[in-house]
Design a protein around this ligand. Sequence first.
Ligand code: ASP
Ligand code: MG
Length: 412
Amino acid sequence: MPLLVMKFGGTSVADLARIRNAAGKVMAEVEGGHDVILIVSAMAGKTNELVRWVSDISPFYDAREYDAVVSSGENVTAGLMALTLQEMGVPARSWQGWQVPIVTTGQHGAARFIEIPREAVDRKFAEGMKVAVVAGFQGVTREGRITTLGRGGSDTTAVAFAAAFGAVRCDIYTDVDGVYTTDPRISGKARKLDRIAYEEMLELASLGAKVLQTRSVELAMRYKVPVRVLSSFTPGGSSGGTIVCDEEDIVESRVVAGIAHSREEAKMTLQGVPDRPGIAAGIFGPLAEAGVNVDMIVQNISEGGLTDMTFSCPTDQVGRAERAVSEARARGEIAFAGLVADTGVAKVSVVGIGMRSHTGVAATMFRALAGEGINIKVITTSEIKVSVLIDRKYMELAVQALHDAFGLDKAA
Ligand code: ASP
Ligand code: MG
């Protein structure tokens, strides 16, 4: 039997009626001749509630117990889904991560897969089970402690199962009907893409397009798993949506695929840093150890042996970042005269694999922003993206202007 992996996110399983709706889509795939591994998220809002409960007990909670609590939302959905399928006459059973077992590293709250053995699930398929309902987002260490993969981790569970079981495809059902050229809530002209390359999706995902967890896209790219993102609220089968695939499988020719934005950015500047070998390592080592996700980095030209070092990170990590560099300074590992945090910025990025072979994208971008009188604070580029930091209050305007400037409302 061809094997399909299907995943339903929290809003798609928010109550029993929606679980029944999702189960109907699974049954249709079974009737179409598939065995299905079905990955489920916690019911909408559940994980947030569990996280809140843990933090209310202590802000310095034991990460292992956090995982024990926070992973439980998926267990409930998995059982309810298996029951619902059984009621519909579909042979199904649920699996918690440890039962498979989905073996992960011991980084609680951010665990990574070590292995997903197939034996137990395959044996059940051989006995006539049609749907293995697996709790997403969770795993178990070799020592037997429950782990979670980080928020949004069920996407990654789904892609990992698709890779491990050689699935024909991984269908991610969510509350939007695909990947858009930009956030439709910001630009009414946003257009759904039929296909998007792994690399573009990776950039969009890590830049704040919340459709897929970034790591799920990394895995899909590495194992060449075709992923389809589609809405669970659209009637009908698994057509439509957006396919995330290899760039060779994209016929549409376009330079820019989409505009991403990320609202909660902060710009931090260390002033008066002695400009000598090792300073970058001295600064960014402690930031990494403190778990600060540094994104853009700019070192200015130095004067009198001193330079400024600017970097960006999520706004909620500013406190942690300040502490990390201040402690490194107190230990004498680095020196700087001042630290300025600007928490009122947003990042807007233009993404597209076509940039590899087309010039002028950055120029078009800067012209469009200038046309709206938007000042650029920091610029970074990679092979397939140009990102700028701007004042947060202009973020929507910038996204709209760039969407127009690259003609993204029109199909290529
Ligand atoms: N329930 C988890 C979360 O809300 C995992 C997921 O849904 O992907 O982050
Ligand atoms: Mg999600």
